[in-house]
Design a binder for this molecule. Structure first.
Ligand code: NAP
Length: 254
């Protein structure tokens, strides 16, 4: 099983490099960047439900059945397991149900790629959490990496949730186009949701401290940074009154 774990990490790294190389040229073709006349699509809501689902079932099956911890899981492992599952109940279930515009389409190829990535990532991270020696005792709860990582993660999650809510509310009156988002971290960046997401996973990675999480953080950056830059360019092209001081994704920097 350890060989499968390292192989999964290698594949995720390759997927991250491939994603970076392609999305720097052309943003992932969904939402505002969807290719006009795109064929082979499905509705966005079931698409999100489908391609995010492996993160919870792959993680849970690996952690409890496929490659469980040698001894019974420690309290730290159970905490990480719970936090991971809570995040994906939000991202894979509650978030799609909160979407307003239910007629939006999503490309099937992105569903397939997202599903495969999430399957591998859920497996690799569950295996890493279940087999990391430093997570086997409750002493890790007081390690500075755990404490600081948890604080950063919670802050990132709050920023991400608030940004998701601001974007969802932009269409609360039935409008189906795009408006300039304001408030929350949108005061500083165009992609406040991605900023929060990146901070959340960086904090989570510090808290868990495994190679699998480092690879996941790399993939998240490779996936979200180019898309945030594309969103930023798109806003500037489409709104002449777009706030000039706003950056793309990292406040004050990028
Ligand atoms: N961990 C990861 O690697 C990862 C990957 C992808 C997404 N996510 C997270 O999943 C969430 C959604 O991601 P996403 O890529 O779909 O984000 P997005 O492109 O910013 O879109 C988010 C939602 O808000 C709508 N929207 C965006 N800007 C709008 C505006 N100016 N006016 C009105 N509506 C607007 C979009 O509609 P349209 O679909 O019609 O554009 C979509 O329903 C985010 O919180 C993100 O962080 C995480």
């Amino acid at each position: 099983m350890e060989t499968a774990y390292w192989a999964a990490l290698a594949v995720i790294v390759l997927m991250g490099i491939g994603t970076l190389a392609t999305t720097l040229r052309q943003a992932g073709p969904y939402g505002r960047h969807m290719t006009p006349g795109q064929r082979f699509t499905m509705k966005a809501r079931p698409a999100w439900l489908l391609f995010e689902s492996p993160q919870w079932f792959s993680f849970a099956l690996t952690f409890w059945l496929l490659a469980p911890p040698a001894a019974s899981p420690s309290s730290v492992m159970l905490f990480v397991f719970g936090l991971w599952q809570c995040h994906y109940v939000y991202r894979g279930l509650i978030y799609p149900l909160r979407m307003r515009d239910t007629h939006r389409q999503f490309p099937l190829i992105a569903v397939v790629m997202g599903f495969l990535f999430n399957l591998l990532n859920g497996f690799a991270n569950a295996y890493a959490v279940g087999h990391a020696e430093h997570l086997m005792t409750a002493a890790w709860f007081s390690d500075p990496r755990f404490v600081v990582g948890l604080v950063i993660a919670v802050a990132g999650w709050v920023v991400n949730f608030q940004a998701d809510t601001i974007l969802i509310n932009l269409r609360s009156d039935g409008f189906t186009g795009y408006r300039i988002p304001r408030g929350g971290a949108f005061r500083w960046v165009s992609a406040a949701n991605y900023f929060g997401e990146i901070v959340w996973w960086c904090g989570f990675g510090l808290m868990v401290w495994t190679p699998a999480f480092a690879v996941f953080v790399f993939f998240t950056l490779a996936n979200l940074m180019p898309r945030a830059l594309a969103h930023h360019r798109w806003y500037r092209e489409h709104f002449p009154d777009y706030p000039k001081s706003r950056r793309a994704v990292i406040p004050g920097l990028l």
